[in-house]
Design a protein around this ligand. Sequence first.
Ligand code: GLA
Length: 394
Amino acid sequence: MIAQRPPMGWNSWNTFGWKINDELIRQMADYMVAEGYRDAGYEYLVIDDCWSLKQRGADGRIVPDPEKFPHGMKAVADYVHSKGLKFGMYSCAGARTCAGYPGSYDHEFVDAQTFADWGVDFLKYDYCNFPASGDCKARYLTMSMALKATGREILFSACNWGQQDPGTWMRQIGAHMYRSTGDIFDNFRSFTDIAKSQLDKLCMSGPCCFNDMDMLTVGMCGNGNVGIGKVCTYEEYRLQFTLWCLCGVPLMMGADLRKLAPEYKALMQHPDLLRINQDIECRAPYVVRRDSVCVGNPDPQPGEPHWKHIPDSAFVLLRCLSDNEFALFFANTADQGAEVHVELADLGLPATGGVRLQMRDVFTGEVHEKVADSFHPHIEGHDCKMYLCRLEKE
Ligand code: GLA
């Protein structure tokens, strides 16, 4: 069985776009192993768009670009497999991919067989150039069936950008993960908007079919293919990774692993964060609080107070984990720092419960103890805190 937990891996698109080739993919496989990503759980190495020629071959099959992949795709797959990794590729439900290469519309069965013949273990399936007359759900079902017909176990990563409320039908058609939003860009606004848009939809994500909030941009620092906007800080990337882990969504890295700064490698291999992401119960987070933070108003106009509210910037999320543990996440997406207050009663812990809350700060290792009351950590702007928690009787 595949996709029992959120799939983890690396995808070429965010950094490399069309600049992909055999040597790059082999190097990335080497780095995934040598730098510990494979052992941390990152298992799929996925080639995104732009790997083929613009026309199909005389036999109707998609042809790998011989300049980019001179040894063909089977050789790449064999190399990836020899490293103990799984190999992913990309096609599109439309007639052409987003970058204009052949798509699988009306070619689903031959393409699925081609991928299976090469040893593909994961198919990302995009949605560009889908005919106006086409039936989206039926075509994703068709590719799902075509993959089954190969007899090979292939993870079906359906990428229709959240069209037609995918959480309500992707599980039924056999997808193992489904993109729920438009493309991520390497800036704070892009990934916080994505996460905010999915918080009330994650209850449909779980074993065998996960909500895919798109590939990570952690550590890209403005380099690559999706770097639009202000370059992120470490804390902003930490917020992205922590949120993806808390939400229990797939972790597909997008940065150039060959050039990744050590703090980002440590972040994406953080044992506690990965344990939360991969928790066996695969529960979605519970939204304890989602509202405004109150920050100082440095320049009040006559009659205005010395403080202001920044809407939709305070988040307190709770995620129940296995073995009586739970995670508690605080975020402040406003530009300035603020206290993010929570009443313990809102976590299901009224004073009458007679319990002590044991909290371990996942980033610093600090341990706090709280009896039922309230908790109000100061969170810097664009930053977050994550605690692993247990309860003890007083
Ligand atoms: C779409 C997808 C991206 C990427 C590109 C490739 O935009 O959403 O993730 O696969 O196509 O062209």
